[in-house]
Design a protein around this ligand. Structure first.
Ligand code: ZN
Length: 290
């Protein structure tokens, strides 16, 4: 079986009330990069954040973070597009385009969510929605534009899929030649009242995999927004997928507020149980043909 690519979703927009180890500043991201690399990670996914944890969208914020990460490690750099907190097609990828002009700052990959979803969170205890009108919109027009711009600047799009239909749109973009192969697809399982994607259960993963081509065109990885990824990660490791874990997605009270590096060490341990070796960043670049 191919070596396991461990990506770490270090911070997302998580605050520190659940887990105090969430890195925000460039300096903190650099320290986390060194620690997760040492533990066995090959890709770092991050959101630029202010010193108070607020979302930061300026290219300079991303540049500082990437410089710090690259000073500390040889990890594959995977910045966010910023989710829904910035508006407009061009605005959403402006930092990626601007960063790409400097080889020292150019990200190797960047995720596009290949579909739209309702993103209100449902509180099962009170049976109410915390919000009721939030929609994350990614039209095919926008996705095609992102892919074309990424091809021009040499950044590989990652297919971020919340459910089967997102994967079908991703396949269409691959068929159009807009996403190079093998594609790297992130299967985003949704927990914590987020209803727009499959749950982080074995049947949730099976739903994704039923939409996956049975060929070598896609390298897939799994994450769980607002939920414990370990049950799905075990299955992904056994079935030839990869793993994208992090305290950005979930604070893991089960493990007593671990660091990102702690989570990577747990995944490495699980991989050993089934005889799967861990990819270095150089090996991950080879597997993904970056
Ligand atoms: Zn993210």
């Amino acid at each position: 079986m191919k070596k396991l690519i461990i990506e770490v979703r270090v911070n997302e927009y998580a605050m520190r009330d659940g887990n105090p180890h969430v890195p925000w500043t460039a300096e903190e991201l650099g320290r986390d990069a060194a620690a997760i690399r040492e533990a066995g990670a090959s890709i770092i996914h991050f959101h630029a954040r202010g010193a108070d944890g607020s979302p930061a969208h300026a290219t300079a914020d991303y540049a500082a973070a990437i410089s710090a990460i690259r000073r500390a490690s040889d990890l594959i750099v995977h910045p966010t597009l910023g989710q829904i907190t910035v508006a407009g097609q061009d605005e959403r990828i402006r930092h990626i385009v601007e960063l790409s002009r400097d080889p020292a700052l150019k990200p190797e990959i960047a995720a596009i969510d290949t579909g739209s979803a309702n993103i209100d969170r449902f509180d099962a205890a009170t049976r109410t929605f915390q919000t009721s009108n939030k929609v994350y919109i990614n039209s095919h027009e926008t996705l095609m534009l992102f892919c074309k711009r990424f091809a021009e600047i040499g950044v590989r799009p990652v297919i971020s899929a919340w459910n089967g239909p997102f994967l079908r749109s991703g396949r269409a973009l691959m068929d159009m030649g807009l996403i190079p192969e093998p594609a790297y697809a992130l299967l985003v399982h949704c927990e914590g009242g987020l209803l727009g994607g499959h749950p982080a259960t074995s049947s949730g993963l099976a739903s994704f995999l039923s939409h996956m081509p049975h060929d070598e065109r896609i390298e897939w990885t799994v994450c769980a927004k607002f939920g414990n990824l370990f049950p799905v990660a075990m299955q992904a490791i056994a079935e030839g997928g990869h793993v994208a874990i992090g305290i950005g997605d979930y604070d893991y009270p089960e493990l007593g507020r671990p660091t990102n590096a702690d989570l990577v060490r747990e995944i490495v341990r699980m991989a050993r149980l089934v005889g799967r070796e861990i990819a270095t960043p150089a090996e991950a670049r080879e597997i993904l043909r970056l």
